[in-house]
Ligand binder design. Structure first.
Ligand SMILES: [Zn+2]
Length: 400
C-alpha cells in the first residue's frame, strides 16, 4: 500500500477505535514516502484517525481528558486540522493553573493506560529533567505500537544510508525505550548489530571498532555533551569523542557515520560541526513518550537547510506542532519564532497523547518544501529541553 492508497482509504478508518488500523499495517510506517509527503495528504491521512483518537481518549482515559467532556468537545466536529488545533493542550507538569500529566500519573498511573487495551502493554518511564518528587511517568505501548515506532525509526536510518549488511556498533542503553527502538530498527533493516554492554568503557568500544572495522562501521552513541562528558550521564565515560581519543587513526579509517541521540542532541551536533572530524552525522530526536519527532541526515552539506542543528519534523506515526500562546489559545508559531513542542500520538493503541506539551522547545525556520534534500516536511532548529513551559511563555493564568 502506498501513502496515496492510505489517503484514499482514510475514510475507512474514520471513527474507529482501538481497531483503528485494520487497513493500516505497522509496516506502512517503513515507507520512505512519509518524508516526502504532501501536507494535504498528511492531513487527509491523519484527520479520520485523529477523530477516532479524540473520542477514544475521552472514553478510555477519562481522568486525563475529562476537560474535553466539560467543554463539550465532540470528535465529529473535527473536520479540519484547524479544528484539531483548537483542542486544549496537555502539559507535562502543572502549568497555567492546570494539572500536568506527570501529576495525574503520580496519583494513578493507570490513568495513562487506555481501558480498551487488552493484552500486553509495556510501561516505559520518562524522568525528565525536573521529575522531582513526582517521579517518572509511564508511557504504555502495545506490541503494535512498538512495531510502528521501530518501522519509523528504520525508515529514517535507511534515509541515512544504513542498509542490509551495514555494521553498526551501538552504545545506546538497550534497556531504554529509545535503545530498544534502535535495535528493532537495525534488525528490520538487516544490519549487523554489535551491541555494547552497559559496563563497556570507551576503550572497549574502540576495541570493537578495531575488531569489526574492516567492513566500515556506523557508531551509535547517546551521551551527554560530546565535548565535555558528564560523569553522571547514561553514557558516562564513552562519549563518541572519548571513544575516538582511544585510537583516532582507527576511528577515522573505520567509522563511516556516527549517530548522536539524547536530549542534548543539538549542542552535540554543533560540537561535531566544529570538531573538524568529517563524519556524517545521523540524528533522530525523540522522547520516551513519542518517537521519532525530528530527524536530520548528513552533515555539513551547504546546499541543504537540514544540517547541524536544523532538523526536519517527522510525521507518521505521530504529529508534531510548535506552539505559542496568543490570547488564551495555543497557536502555531510563525517562521523565525520559538515555541513549545506539542506532540500527538496519531497511530497508537497505548497511551494517547493529544497536543502534549512535553517540555521541549524549537524554532520554526523552514516551511513545507523548503529544503533541497528531498524531505518535504518543515524544518526546526534550536531544539532543546526546557521542562518549564511558563519560562518561555511567561503568562498569567489562562484557560487552555
Ligand atoms: Zn532537508
Amino acid at each position: 500500500m502506498t501513502l496515496a492508497d492510505l489517503v484514499f482509504n482514510a475514510s475507512a478508518v474514520q471513527n474507529s477505535r482501538c481497531s483503528m488500523h485494520p487497513h493500516i499495517n505497522s509496516n506502512e510506517f517503513a515507507d520512505p514516502e512519509w518524508e516526502r509527503i504532501r501536507n494535504d495528504w498528511r492531513d487527509e491521512i491523519f484527520l479520520p484517525v485523529l477523530r477516532g483518537q479524540v473520542q477514544r481518549a475521552m472514553d478510555t482515559m477519562p481522568k486525563v481528558y475529562h476537560s474535553y467532556g466539560e467543554r463539550g468537545i465532540d470528535h465529529r466536529d473535527i473536520r479540519t486540522m484547524d479544528n484539531f488545533y483548537s483542542l486544549p493542550v496537555l502539559p507535562k507538569d502543572a502549568s497555567f493553573g492546570i494539572r500536568g500529566l506527570r501529576q495525574l500519573a503520580s496519583e494513578d498511573p493507570y490513568a495513562l493506560l487506555p481501558n480498551d487495551v487488552e493484552g500486553s502493554a509495556t510501561a516505559y518511564f520518562s524522568g525528565g529533567t525536573r521529575a522531582g518528587t513526582l517521579g517518572p511517568s509511564p508511557t504504555f505501548l502495545t506490541p503494535w505500537d512498538i512495531e510502528v515506532e521501530s518501522h519509523a525509526f528504520a525508515r529514517l536510518y535507511e534515509r541515512s544510508g544504513l542498509k542490509r549488511g551495514s555494521v553498526v556498533i551501538n552504545t545506546y542503553n538497550a534497556s531504554h525505550k529509545g535503545g530498544r527502538a534502535v535495535i528493532a530498527a537495525l534488525e528490520k533493516l538487516g544490519c549487523i548489530h554489535i551491541q555494547a554492554k552497559s559496563s563497556d568503557k570507551a576503550e572497549d568500544i574502540a576495541g570493537y571498532i578495531q575488531q569489526f572495522g574492516a567492513r566500515g562501521v556506523v557508531l551509535i552513541g547517546v551521551q551527554p555533551p560530546v565535548t565535555e562528558g558528564d560523569p553522571q550521564g547514561k553514557g558516562s565515560g564513552r562519549t563518541i569523542h572519548a571513544i575516538r581519543d582511544v585510537d583516532p587513526i582507527a576511528f577515522d579509517e573505520y567509522v563511516k557515520h556516527v549517530q548522536i541521540g539524547g536530549s542534548p542532541i543539538i549542542p552535540e551536533l554543533e560540537a561535531w560541526s566544529r570538531s573538524g572530524i568529517g563524519k556524517p552525522v545521523i540524528s533522530i530526536y525523540g522522547a520516551t513518550e513519542v518517537l521519532p519527532v525530528f530527524f536530520g541526515t548528513g552533515y555539513g552539506l551547504e546546499d541543504r537547510l537540514c544540517k547541524y542543528n536544523t532538523l526536519h519534523a517527522s510525521y507518521g506515526p505521530h504529529l508534531v506542532e510548535v506552539l505559542k500562546l496568543e490570547g488564551k489559545r495555543m497557536v502555531p508559531v510563525q517562521k523565525g519564532e520559538t515555541g513549545l513542542l506539542a506532540l500527538t500520538t496519531v497511530f497508537r493503541e497505548g497511551t494517547i497523547l493529544l497536543r502534549y506539551l512535553i517540555g521541549d522547545e524549537a524554532r520554526f525556520i523552514g516551511d513545507w518544501n523548503s529544503c533541497p534534500c528531498g524531505a518535504t516536511t518543515p524544518l526546526y532548529d534550536n531544539i532543546r529541553r526546557t521542562d518549564v513551559p511558563e519560562e518561555i511563555l511567561n503568562t498569567g493564568c489562562v484557560s487552555l
